[in-house]
Design a protein around this ligand. Structure first.
Ligand code: NAP
Length: 285
């Protein structure tokens, strides 16, 4: 079994972004990421801090827009509209989840697709589904980059994605389809889930249930990608896959932590750079 070391791959990607950004800045480029954080969700505070820190490390401008827990729809909408118009801001993300009562869907709809660096607007999702250049949700994009980095063959392979969220499962399935996998998407109503999962050459799990996927659900030699970020019975960070049991059976596996997680932040920074290039007609590498 080979470990897929997202932490190492993400560090290399960030170093590459730093170089590309430095050369763009030398030509006068102004690249900036804005993060809107509404309320005081402790997990979101950590994620946002990591995103801002990652910007600083590569020399990218960043702006944290903090709004109080009791913000109205109009308060958040105004912040999004202001960032849409702001020439210093290349990309923005609205940190989810939002406090109860605020419609994520309606607020995401207000983000300018050109600045949608988490690929969450209907326009960017439509571009992905129709095979056009698009800004793709960071976590699924990070998964594909890991598979590419380890040169794992995808064309013609059977890929099973467990989880169908708009943020992870659905775009990941589409990306795998674009790579010519034969894709099955599973969810909470899937019958015979273990049997379907056992058919996977590439098994991706994004459900949010600690150690849910056990060895009996995995084909010998499968590639296992664990997107989950959960807590085990002792409060320790773990994934949706029972790593100890599954790692003996598969050919590759992502650890949690240190697998998919670090790629998400690296892809956010990369997407911001990509957005800058698309906005300014600069050819992408
Ligand atoms: P989500 O929006 O809650 O979606 C969970 C999906 O899993 C749903 O489609 C649900 O099915 C499915 N599901 C739940 N229980 C299931 C079961 N017993 N059998 C089969 N399918 C089941 O979650 P998400 O945002 O996609 O996140 C999933 C996990 O990834 C979480 O642990 C999250 O923390 C993690 N995550 C990690 C990163 C990262 O950077 N590493 C980024 C994002 C998310 P239904 O649609 O039928 O309800």
């Amino acid at each position: 079994m080979q470990l897929i070391e997202g932490k190492v791959v993400a560090a290399a990607i960030r170093a590459n972004i730093k170089e590309r950004l430095a050369s763009l800045k030398a030509q006068g480029a102004n690249v900036g990421l804005a993060v809107i954080l509404v309320g005081n969700d402790p997990a979101s505070e950590v994620y946002v801090r990591n995103k801002i820190k990652a910007c600083e490390e590569v020399g990218m401008n960043s702006r944290l827009v903090r709004l109080p827990e009791d913000s109205s729809f109009d308060d958040v909408a105004s912040a999004i509209r202001a960032l849409n118009e702001d020439p210093d801001i290349t990309g923005m993300i609205l940190q989810l989840p939002l406090p109860a009562g605020l419609s994520e869907e309606k607020l995401i709809d207000l983000i300018s697709p050109e600045k949608d660096v988490d690929g969450c607007t209907v326009v960017q999702k439509g571009r992905l589904w129709t095979g056009r250049d698009s800004l793709v949700a960071c976590t699924p994009l990070g998964v594909i980059r890991l598979l590419e980095h380890y040169e794992i063959p995808l064309a013609g392979k059977s890929a099973v994605v467990i989880g169908r969220s708009n943020l992870v499962g659905k775009p990941l399935a589409q990306l795998l389809l674009n790579k010519n996998c034969t894709v099955t998407i599973c969810h909470s109503r899937t019958r015979n889930l273990a049997e379907v999962a056992r058919g996977a050459d590439i098994l991706c799990v994004a459900i949010g249930k600690a150690k849910f996927v056990t060895a009996d659900m995995v084909k010998e030699g499968a590639v296992v990608i664990d997107v989950g970020m959960d807590r085990d019975e002792n409060g320790k960070l773990c994934g949706d896959v029972d790593f100890a049991g599954v790692s003996d059976k598969c050919s590759y596996i992502t650890p949690v932590p240190g697998g998919v997680g670090p790629m998400t932040v690296a892809m956010l920074i990369e997407n911001t750079l990509t957005a800058y290039c698309l906005q300014n007609g600069i050819k992408l590498d």
